[in-house]
Design a protein around this ligand. Structure first.
Ligand SMILES: [Zn+2]
Length: 275
């Protein structure tokens, strides 16, 4: 079996003690590729270090997560833009001068992420979030890269921006999709894929009800580790190996063999991210 976790933060400090074992467990479980979206300026170096250690089974994306958009977002975006275009390696910008210098980064970023809008806790930085998101959508278009998009309590504003910006050049994943069937249809019509994760296995998740109506060629799987572990691991620290539980649940709902779901979703990711 070959599954791809399209959204995982295994460079997070929660994996600092068992990062290697986490990757081994993923590979043993059949999760043979892990796509890592970035979060903020501080996560670039740990993410790249993990990718350097596992170049064959991990890929990286660059972006500023909406919850981390603060007053200084323009400076952070400028660091990220340089890193994305490989004009100035993150190592030289972010590492203290005392640390060992690294050779110039030759990192290949497969996507722009994690970007988006999140007004769940508060909307203090709403203006900044909207601006940061639009800027990063422009990067994706300029570089012809797919996106990993985070949207929480912001559906209407999200759709308005995507509709405005979509000129055929935007593609990507609506990560951790948990909306209604109508919302799913809006995103599909806008040309996006739906990222299904641990929440899909939760009892109260309504996505299960209309899952069979969704086109299989537009669904991809994710963990969002260390968050949102699927049943039966709900409440634990999530990790890529747990993707199998989500895949099993979705295959069961769709009444297809697990292997068929794995094959279909893997093909979707490979096409979308040109892996
Ligand atoms: Zn995430």
């Amino acid at each position: 079996m070959y599954l791809i976790d399209t959204h995982t933060h295994i460079y997070d400090h929660q994996f600092s003690l068992d990062g290697n074992e986490t990757v081994q467990r993923a590979l043993e479980a059949g999760v043979k590729m892990m796509l890592m979206p970035n979060v903020d300026a501080s996560t670039i170096t740990p993410m790249l270090e993990l990718h350097e250690q596992y170049p064959d089974c991990t890929r990286v994306m660059m972006g500023l997560q909406p919850e981390e958009v603060k007053e200084d977002y323009k400076e952070v975006l400028s660091v990220m833009e340089k890193e994305l275009s490989n004009a100035s390696p993150a190592s030289s910008v972010l590492r203290p001068p005392s640390s060992v210098p690294r050779p110039p980064s030759r990192v290949h970023y497969v996507g722009v992420g994690e970007v988006g809008l999140d007004f769940y806790w508060d909307a203090t930085y709403e203006k900044q979030q909207l601006d940061a998101f639009e800027t990063q959508l422009d990067w994706a278009k300029q570089l012809s890269l797919p996106l990993s998009i985070h949207c929480r309590n912001a559906f209407d504003k999200m759709v308005r921006i995507l509709e405005k910006k979509q000129d055929g050049g935007l593609r990507g994943i609506m990560h951790c999709f948990t909306g209604t069937e109508e919302e799913a249809k809006v995103y599909l019509d806008l040309g996006f894929h739906l990222g299904l994760g641990g929440v899909t296995t939760y009892k109260n998740c309504s996505v299960k009800d209309f899952l069979p109506n969704l086109p299989l060629d537009r669904i991809v799987l994710e963990t969002d580790a260390p968050y949102l572990a699927p049943v039966p691991c709900r409440g634990k620290r999530n990790e890529p190996a747990f993707l199998v539980h989500t895949a099993q649940k979705i295959a069961e709902i769709l009444q297809i063999p697990l292997e068929e779901l794995a094959e279909a979703t893997t093909k979707n990711v490979q096409t979308l991210f040109q892996l």
